[in-house]
Design a protein around this ligand. Structure first.
Ligand SMILES: Nc1nc2c(c(=O)[nH]1)N[C@H]1C(S)=C(S)[C@@H](COP(=O)(O)OP(=O)(O)OC[C@H]3O[C@@H](n4cnc5c(N)ncnc54)[C@H](O)[C@@H]3O)O[C@H]1N2
Ligand code: MOO
Length: 418
């Protein structure tokens, strides 16, 4: 059950998804109306976000080493203040009172407190990170000091070169808020504040890769292709804040697809191939068998128009076209926004500032084109090789440039690639 508990169709009908035709989404391309059963690209994304918002994933305490890229499902507080104790910020001498100071010992980092404080006129040699003894208010770095016959001299600045307990972060302070995407620095921060786990809301995704002709090993040829979608999905799902829990390969068989779709133990089932209307494309029929509510049935974009988004009480279903280049476009159009919203991310992933598009690109009369580009000096430069069946362009690209129908050459929206 989702975080909001709203897995029912009636809750869903009350929200934005599935209400095609009632209003234009009002997002980026106002003239870019839905046509036929195909929703505009922006509208389809908005539907995915709205559905994801209703099917929020429960946050689970997750070990730090498995939290990278996840979305925080709750605020994170400091379990202790930072620094957690008064520590030297320099290698040198901790001193008490005005100098010169008599050297009375040595303190290394990690040494337990010995209880003995310093009296005025005393100093201890101290390592960076070592606990500053009681009575000492300053550290004199080696390079500012002279030691002769057990006596330290130098000009001390009162209070300098000590990291005082709690000066950076107070105990209990909120340091990261719900919806933040967990990056490497957040993991380090969490560890430094004493956390072993983080509350990560990570929707679980099962992939069903269909096609009698799809092989998982060996050279393609003689009517057979290598599965190019299975290998790209873990990275896309991870980037979007989900976890790919299984990838199953199925032939073109309706009952096998139905069983697998029904039995998948996941929040989201991504079905690859089978999204079109050919004799071997069974996904629509299976959605019908499952009594699913279809939210998106086709998106007015190139490539990737035969995309699907549907849901039952048990799971959300995303249909990715079999053509690998089209599958990636569909993954950034529907799957990634859905997962980000389910994870509760505060920001959509991959949003970049709009850019001028170079390269003589022409728009499509009714569909939004997604053009693989590299970002060079703030401009978007098409890389080519971005036909629906090919991932060659996407493999070289930083982003897709979103070229609306009847585009007038204005700056284009960019969707970053994982
Ligand atoms: N009459 C129409 N036919 C098609 C249309 C259409 O509008 N009308 N749309 C075309 C477009 S666009 C696409 S995209 C495909 C989508 O087809 P499916 O999702 O049903 O996928 P398949 O037919 O199974 O495969 C299409 C293509 O991709 C290859 N493929 C499939 N899975 C993989 C994989 N995992 N890795 C690599 N390649 C894969 C498959 O061999 C086919 O060549 O429909 C068009 N047809
Ligand atoms: O989705 Mo297709 O050509 O648009 O690959």
């Amino acid at each position: 059950m989702g975080r909001n508990g709203d897995i029912r169709g009636d809750a869903h009908r009350g929200g934005a998804p599935g209400t095609h035709g009632t209003s234009e989404d009002g997002r980026t391309h106002g003239t870019h109306a839905d046509h036929g059963s195909h929703l505009s690209w922006a509208r389809a994304r908005a539907e995915a976000v709205a559905l994801g918002g209703l099917r929020g994933a429960e946050p689970r305490e997750t070990p730090l080493e498995r939290s990278l890229g996840g979305v925080l499902g709750a605020d994170v507080r400091a379990l202790v203040g930072l620094p957690a104790f008064d520590a030297s910020a320099m290698d040198g001498f901790a001193v008490a009172g005005p100098g010169p100071w008599r050297l009375v010992g040595r303190r290394l980092a990690g040494a337990p407190a010995d209880g003995a404080g310093l009296r005025p006129g005393e100093a201890v040699e101290i390592a960076t990170g070592a606990r500053v003894p009681k009575g000492s208010e300053s550290v004199l770095p080696y390079e500012r000091s002279v030691v002769r016959g057990g006596v330290v001299e130098g000009r001390v600045e009162r209070g300098r070169h000590v990291r005082w307990a709690g000066e950076e972060t107070a105990p209990g302070e909120t340091v990261l808020t719900r919806g933040t995407v967990i990056g490497p620095a957040a993991l380090g921060l969490a560890a430094s504040l004493g956390h072993a786990t983080l509350p990560v809301a990570r929707p679980r995704v099962a992939a069903l890769v269909t096609g009698d002709e799809v092989a998982t090993e060996g050279l393609p040829g003689d009517g057979r292709v290598r599965d190019a979608i299975g290998p790209l999905l873990p990275g896309v799902v991870d980037w979007a804040g989900g976890a790919l829990v299984s990838v199953r390969h199925l032939g073109d068989d309706r009952s096998a697809l139905r069983e697998a779709a029904q039995g998948a133990d996941a929040d989201v089932v991504a079905v690859c191939g089978s999204s079109s209307r050919g004799p071997a494309d069974h996904f629509r029929a299976v959605l019908d068998d499952l009594g699913a509510t279809v939210v998106v049935d086709g998106v007015a974009c190139r490539p990737g128009h035969p995309q699907l988004l549907a849901y039952t009480d048990g799971a959300v279903f995303v249909g990715l076209p079999g053509n690998p280049g089209a599958a990636l476009v569909a993954a950034v159009t529907l799957l990634a926004p859905l997962l980000r919203a389910m994870a509760g991310a505060a920001e959509p992933r991959g949003s970049l500032p709009a850019a001028v598009l170079d390269g003589g690109v022409e728009s499509h009369p009714v569909d939004t084109r997604l053009v693989a580009v590299r970002l060079v000096g703030g401009r978007a430069v098409p890389v080519g090789h971005d036909r629906p069946g090919s991932l060659r362009g996407a493999a070289l690209a930083d982003a897709y440039a979103v070229v609306p129908p009847a585009w007038d050459g204005a700056e284009v929206e960019l969707v970053g690639l994982p």
